[in-house]
Write a protein that binds this ligand. Structure first.
Ligand SMILES: Nc1nc2c(c(=O)[nH]1)N[C@H]1C(S)=C(S)[C@@H](COP(=O)(O)O)O[C@H]1N2
Ligand SMILES: [Mo]
Length: 527
C-alpha cells in the first residue's frame, strides 16, 4: 500500500521530486480531469450523432425540474436570465471536483477509477432517462462517456507491463508516458468536442434551411395594418421590436431542435376525434396573423419580461372544432417535445379571442428560441399557463384532473394578465435638463386593452398621458407625457387604466403566485 510522504501530492505537481513517489496525488488529479474531458467529449459527440441532449444538459434539466422554489427564486434574483449559464458552470465545477477526487483515489488503487466512473455514469444515465420527454437513446451518451473515462484512466495510470508491484512503486510511474497520454487524450477530446458542435450545427442548418425554403403560407386573415401610429417615439422601443430583442423564458437548457419531417402535433383527451397533425397539415389550414403581446408572470414591476410580435398561426378554435371537444372538458392542457406542460380554461380558446397555434413570428418562420416549429399564443394570460413552445401535444381534460409544470411549484392555477405600465424614458437614475422632458413608456392589459395612462411627479396630481394608437387590445399600448421638469430630485410614477375602466392598483405584490402589482416609480435628477 501507499505510504504517504510529507507533502506528497500537495507539492508542486508533476515536477515535484526527483525520485518521485510514482503516481502522486497531483498526477491523479490531472488524470481525473483528463478523463473527465475525454468523457464529456465522447458523450457530447455521441449525443450529437444520436440527436439527443448531452449528459451535462440532462443533469442540468433534471436539476431544474427538481429545484425547490426558494432556490429557483434565488437563482433568478441573483443571476437573472444568466441562470442557465451559471447552472452549467456549476455542474462542470462539481464534475471537475468529483473527477479530481476519483483521480486522486485511482492513483492509489485503480479500482477507484472503475467505481468512481460507474457512479458518475449512473447519475448521468438516471438524469437522462428519468426526465419526462426523454428519448430511448438518452442513456447511451453517459455510458459512452464513462467508457472513454475508464480508457483514459487506464492509459494514464495503469502499471507498465511486467510491473507487479502497486501502482505507486517508483518504477511504476513513467512521467513521459503519462504526459504523452494526457496530451494525446486532450487533443483527441478537443477534436471530438469540435466535431460534435459541427454535427449539431449542420443538423440545425439542414432542418431550418428546408423549412425556410418552403416558406410560410399567406394568412387568410391579415393583422391590422394600422400600426404606424402605435409607436410613440421619444426613445420608446417600437410597437413591434426586433425579434432578437424578444424576451426568452423557459426551462430548457438546450434549445430543442425539432425535425418537422418527423414532428407531429396530437390533440387528444376529451375529444370525439383525436387528431395527429403533421407540419404540412398545420400549414394547410387557414392562417391568421395577429399582433399579440406575451408577458411572463415573473415580470417585476418595471421589468422587461414581455414582448410584442406579429404572430402567424392556425386558430386554436379551428383545430378544436376538428377534434370535437366533449362537454365538460374544462381545461386545455399542452405539452412540449421536452416534456414541459401547462394548462388554461378551454373557454379561452373558443371565446372569440385570437388564440392560436403559431408557426410564424414577425414575418419569419418561428425561431427555435421561441418554439419552432409551433407554439401556443393565447392573448390575455401569462406565458406559464399558456404559451407552450416546441408544442407537440394538446390534451382536453378537466381543471381538476391536471396541473401544468409550474402549478405544483407554487404558482397560481389561473394566470390572467394584470394591468401594468412601465416608464421607459427617461431611463431610471439618469440626469435630465430642466425644461420640456418627455416621460414615455408602455402600458398593457392584454385582451382588455388600455384606456388611460396617468403620470405623477412626486406627490402631485395624476396627469393624463397622451396615448399612441391601439391597433389591438391584445397588445401593449405606448404613451407619452410632456413634463415641465424643474431642477431637483423627482420621483416619477405611472399607472394605467384598462379597457374595462379598472385602474392599476398601487398595492405592491411580488411576482408569485400570480403576477406583480404596484406602480412603476423611478427617480430622476433634473439640473
Ligand atoms: N416548452 C416550453 N414552453 C414554454 C416555457 C417553457 O419553459 N417550456 N415557458 C413559458 C413561459 S413561463 C413564458 S413567459 C413563455 C415565454 O416565451 P418566449 O421565450 O418566446 O418569450 O413561454 C412559455 N412556454
Ligand atoms: Mo413566464
Amino acid at each position: 500500500m501507499n505510504i504517504p510522504q510529507a507533502g506528497d501530492g500537495e507539492s508542486r505537481g508533476l515536477a515535484a521530486r526527483k525520485p518521485g513517489p510514482a503516481a502522486s496525488r497531483s498526477v491523479g488529479t490531472i488524470a481525473g480531469l483528463v478523463a473527465l474531458v475525454a468523457a464529456l467529449a465522447v458523450a457530447s459527440l455521441t449525443a450529437a450523432i444520436l440527436k439527443v441532449d448531452g449528459p451535462v444538459a440532462a443533469v442540468g434539466n433534471r436539476f431544474i425540474d427538481a429545484t425547490p422554489k426558494w432556490l429557483k427564486d434565488f437563482a433568478i434574483s441573483a443571476f437573472g436570465t444568466a441562470d442557465k449559464a451559471v447552472l452549467i458552470g456549476g455542474i462542470l465545477v462539481v464534475l471537475g471536483l468529483a473527477a479530481a477526487a476519483v483521480g486522486r483515489l485511482a492513483s492509489r488503487r485503480f479500482v477507484f477509477a472503475v467505481v468512481g466512473t460507474a457512479v458518475l455514469a449512473l447519475i448521468g444515465v438516471l438524469a437522462a432517462t428519468t426526465r419526462s420527454g426523454s428519448q430511448g437513446a438518452d442513456w447511451i451518451p453517459p455510458v459512452a462517456g464513462s467508457i472513454a473515462a475508464l480508457l483514459a484512466f487506464w492509459l494514464l495510470l495503469r502499471r507498465p507491463v511486467g510491473t507487479t508491484g502497486a501502482v505507486e512503486s517508483p518504477a511504476a510511474f513513467d512521467r513521459r508516458r503519462f504526459l504523452t497520454g494526457a496530451v494525446v487524450l486532450g487533443v483527441a477530446s478537443g477534436g471530438m468536442a469540435l466535431s460534435s458542435t459541427a454535427v449539431r450545427r449542420s443538423r440545425i442548418k439542414k432542418i431550418t434551411a428546408a423549412v425556410k425554403q418552403r416558406g410560410l403560407p399567406a394568412p387568410t386573415s391579415l393583422a391590422t395594418t394600422e400600426v404606424a401610429a402605435a409607436s410613440i417615439g421619444n426613445g420608446v422601443a417600437p410597437f413591434v421590436p426586433p425579434t432578437a430583442e424578444f424576451y426568452r423564458i423557459d426551462t430548457a437548457l438546450v434549445i430543442p431542435t425539432v425535425d418537422v419531417s418527423t414532428w407531429k402535433l396530437t390533440v387528444n383527451g376529451m375529444v370525439d376525434n383525436p387528431l395527429t397533425l403533421t407540419y404540412d397539415d398545420l400549414l394547410a389550414m387557414p392562417m391568421i396573423e395577429r399582433y399579440v403581446t406575451l408577458s411572463c408572470v415573473s415580470n417585476e414591476v418595471g421589468g422587461n419580461l414581455l414582448g410584442n410580435a406579429k404572430w402567424l398561426g392556425v386558430p386554436l378554435a379551428e383545430v378544436l372544432k376538428k377534434a370535437g371537444v366533449q362537454p365538460g372538458a374544462s381545461q386545455l392542457a399542452s405539452k412540449s417535445v421536452e416534456g414541459w406542460t401547462c394548462g388554461f380554461p378551454t373557454e379561452l380558446a373558443v371565446d372569440g379571442r385570437d388564440a392560436m397555434i403559431a408557426v410564424g413570428m414577425n414575418d419569419e418562420v418561428l425561431p427555435r428560441l421561441h418554439g419552432f416549429p409551433a407554439r401556443l399564443v393565447i392573448p390575455g394570460i401569462y406565458g406559464y399557463v399558456s404559451a407552450t413552445k416546441w408544442l407537440n401535444e394538446i390534451t382536453l381534460t378537466t381543471m381538476d384532473a391536471f396541473d401544468g409544470y409550474w402549478i405544483p411549484r407554487g404558482w397560481s392555477k389561473l394566470g390572467p394578465i394584470k394591468t401594468q405600465s412601465r416608464i421607459d424614458v427617461p431611463r431610471r437614475g439618469t440626469g435630465v435638463t430642466a425644461g420640456k422632458v418627455p416621460i414615455a413608456g408602455v402600458a398593457w392589459a392584454m385582451h382588455r386593452g388600455i384606456s388611460k395612462v396617468e403620470v405623477r411627479v412626486d406627490d402631485g396630481e395624476w396627469a393624463e398621458a397622451r396615448l399612441a394608437d391601439e391597433p389591438t387590445v391584445d397588445a401593449w399600448r405606448q404613451w407619452v407625457y410632456e413634463w415641465d421638469a424643474t431642477p431637483g430630485r423627482h420621483l416619477l410614477s405611472v399607472r394605467a387604466t384598462d379597457g374595462d375602466g379598472v385602474t392599476q392598483t398601487g398595492d405592491i405584490a411580488p411576482v408569485d403566485p400570480d403576477g406583480a402589482t404596484g406602480w412603476h416609480t423611478i427617480r430622476v435628477t433634473v439640473t
